[in-house]
Design a binder for this molecule. Structure first.
Ligand SMILES: C[S@@+](CC[C@H](N)C(=O)[O-])C[C@H]1O[C@@H](n2cnc3c(N)ncnc32)[C@H](O)[C@@H]1O
Length: 340
């Protein structure tokens, strides 16, 4: 048997296995042990094809890539996102649901998806496309990291999914002008980290959403940053977290902004009054991220690396009256807070 034929057979076996594993992943999506087992098996196939493990000690694979605002994850970290198990399975469920809803709303029409930030494994194509025909669903893929884009192309070719992809763009989604923006039905951009630190989800939305049509479905559809207060007591009976509301609602900020996104260096300050909150009862504030992926699919506190909270101790005795939050887009992307 010659080498090409052998390679073809191996690819066919891998494709059959990935189809089987993805179906099983969705059928078992609430069984965490099973989810981890299946995603690990998928990861083995992806590593085999791309030769990218997510743990390579190559400086090019480790370094984050600067963008117009914020940083794009290095290739290794982007690869490891696949192994953020609950995140991956919830996003897959959400994307399939969103495509089916678009199909119901527009029967027999092609559903076009713009995928900004595909990473080296492009899982939201490589684990989604098999459920559809290329006449039903097509993707345009954009990625700022050249090595990640090359790897995603290699994987898509090996899995024989090229018919599903109209365009591959090596570009920065923070400044990219989308060709034929009205043709897109769904925008996917999982370009975020806990407390929206450094990564580009916010400036990407400021750039892309106004270009796309009003009915676009965005995945994740929103991110909230909430403020909680943690009580001094540690006994279960008295353990009541204080709720100081939402500090940042990304979609609200994007839709209320009317200026030029290039000139946006920070979002409006949010002042939270602590005087009215019986502050002596609490030892710290907790800044938590909630990712609203789609419809009733959410990632809540500690369910993923994207929703790890940050705790800030309150000086005792606490003499301030409020805490002020500002989400900066320049010179670096980060949420800053100060007591006053
Ligand atoms: C968190 S990873 C997710 C990768 C993949 N979608 C997944 O779910 O496994 C985010 C990806 O978006 C890319 N990215 C981040 N900011 C970007 C930007 N401004 N323009 C284009 N790609 C970007 C990163 O390089 C990275 O590959």
């Amino acid at each position: 048997m010659n080498v090409t034929r052998n390679k073809k057979m191996i690819e066919e076996e891998i494709i059959a296995d990935i189809k089987k594993l993805t179906t099983s992943l969705l059928e078992n999506s609430s069984d965490q042990t099973e989810v981890e087992k299946i995603i690990n098996q998928i990861h083995v196939h992806f590593q085999e094809i791309t030769k990218i493990t997510g743990y390579d000690v190559n400086i090019e694979y480790l370094a984050a890539v600067p963008t117009a605002k914020g940083k794009a994850l290095g290739l290794n970290h982007a690869a490891q996102c696949l192994l953020d198990y609950k995140r991956t399975v919830q996003f897959l469920k959400a994307i399939l649901q969103a495509i089916k809803e678009k199909q119901n709303a527009h029967p027999n029409e092609l559903i076009n998806i713009f995928y900004a930030g595909c990473g080296p494994y492009a899982p939201f194509i490589t684990l989604v496309a098999y459920f559809f025909d290329p006449k039903e669903v097509r993707f345009s893929v954009l990625e700022v990291n050249k090595n990640s884009l090359e790897s995603a192309k290699k994987l898509i070719r090996a899995l024989r999914l090229t018919d599903y992809v109209d365009n591959f763009y090596l570009a920065d989604a923070v400044t990219f002008e989308v060709p034929e923006p009205d043709t897109f039905d769904i925008l996917i951009s999982e370009t975020l980290d806990a407390v929206l630190y450094r990564e580009c989800y916010v400036p990407i939305l400021f750039n892309l959403l106004p270009q796309l049509n009003n009915n676009i479905t965005l995945i994740p559809e929103n991110v909230l940053i909430n403020l909680k207060l943690l009580p001094k007591t540690s006994t279960n009976q008295d353990y009541f977290e204080g709720d100081a509301g939402t500090i940042l609602n990304v979609r609200k900020e994007v839709s209320s902004y009317t200026g030029d996104p290039d000139e946006l260096s920070q979002l409006p300050e949010k002042v939270v009054d602590l005087k009215s909150m019986n502050i002596d009862h609490y030892k710290s504030i907790l800044i938590e991220t909630q990712v609203h992926i789609y419809n009733d699919i959410w990632l809540y506190r500690n369910e993923s690396s994207l929703t790890l909270p940050i705790e800030v101790a309150l000086e005792q005795p606490f003499l301030n009256s409020s805490v002020v939050f500002t989400y900066h887009l320049e010179p670096e992307i980060e949420l800053k807070c100060r007591f006053q």
